[in-house]
Design a binder for this molecule. Sequence first.
Ligand code: GLV
Ligand code: MN
Ligand code: MN
Length: 469
Amino acid sequence: MALKLLTLIASLCFMSCFMVINSQKDVYDPITKTMEEFSGYPVHEPHLQDSFTSLSVDTESLQRQIEELSTFSDSPAPSVTRVLYSEKDVSARRYIKNLMAHSGLAVKEDAVGNIFGRWDGYEPELAPVSTGSHIDAIPYSGKYDGVIGVLGAIEAINVLKRSGFKPKRSLEVILFTSEEPTRFGISCLGSRLLAGSQELAELLKTTVDGQNISFPDAARFAGYENAKDLSSVFLPKGSYSAFIELHIEQGPILEEEAIPIGVVTAIAAPASIKVDFEGNGGHAGAVLMPMRNDAGLAAAELALAVEKHVLDSGSIDTVGTVGILELHPGAINSIPSKAHLEIDTRDINEARRNNVIEKIHNSALNICKKRNVKLSEFKIVNQDPPALSDDSIVKATESACQELNLSYRKMISRAYHDSLFMARISPMGMIFIPCYKGYSHKPEEFAAPKDIANGVRVLALTLAKLSLS
Ligand code: GLV
Ligand code: MN
Ligand code: MN
């Protein structure tokens, strides 16, 4: 009898001990807490509690995927070059679709190759929450730009699945087509179309790349046969209840301040301009200096004028770059008869950025007069407004950071992202993680595995919150 009593007391002690551990796990686990806060009742099925493993990121797999994806490149490692609809881009897309399927997502693609992987929520009629980024890479760039927001998003879904989480709103991972303007000179091509740019849909029918390959032909090469009917890509406003993108900062602030997470409040307004000058060209020895109208020098003068106008704005937030400068015919002993420039200018203040564009245009006209060359083209390819993050997404991300015990700072994004265009059809937010010395768009780009894992955890928890809201 005494033995029976002792056994009973011992097993009661064991059970209460187990309950304390279990309830502590519930109290401290951020996902459980979030789900219960939003729903107002314990949302886990009892059997899920047992398998609940918290927000653990499979860093090893994620690092392996980053390395594997970087091998789909047209330039030698450690650089990455992955241009829209190239063979390497097609292989990389296949790789991502396989990962999505492997994570149990229902995969579909639209006419330009925006790829969607959906995890159905238990209220699938509600607008889903989406996340994603791009995997195209400008020539000789790095492994992390965009990639973290795609592989990291798939891993965030895996994290949630492993935790036993059940989304209320469906969760969707998006791989956007051609965030980089490399091939057709148009940035964020996929997300602009998703956001319903009729103008771009028209333009793409006749747009050609540097090899004179048309956009629909290039898309066909990559397996997108219907890239003529681009209105099918448009998504109505309200298609998503939220969109959130994880990305490396591409600047030095987070690393310098040793802060693991940046919560983006706004994205700067980007613009790009194509300029062509034409002169007479001629023999580099025979044509005397007073007789020349050198298109190359006109371009050089305009490049310096861009720098001057940007600096004259008086704000550190105004930037301008001449990233492309091509001379024709490109021979040492021939005066350039044609010059082509592509100018990128941005600012968090749209009016100030527009003022710079106007000044660049005036300079181009004045240089033509002075040098007797022709301005055969001055084309503003895009002149986009800035975008503000949605308050509810900023708040959800902030509370995810707090619950995960990660410090964060609010910041603006000086780089553009697909988020800039998703903001036109959905409340938008972004999560930044530090990157080495702020390097980006070059092979030295690097983000530490720990920082990536933190970003994925914040993304996972923010997705969970948004899914239940
Ligand atoms: C994106 O790649 C940008 O140039 O900001
Ligand atoms: Mn980029
Ligand atoms: Mn990017």
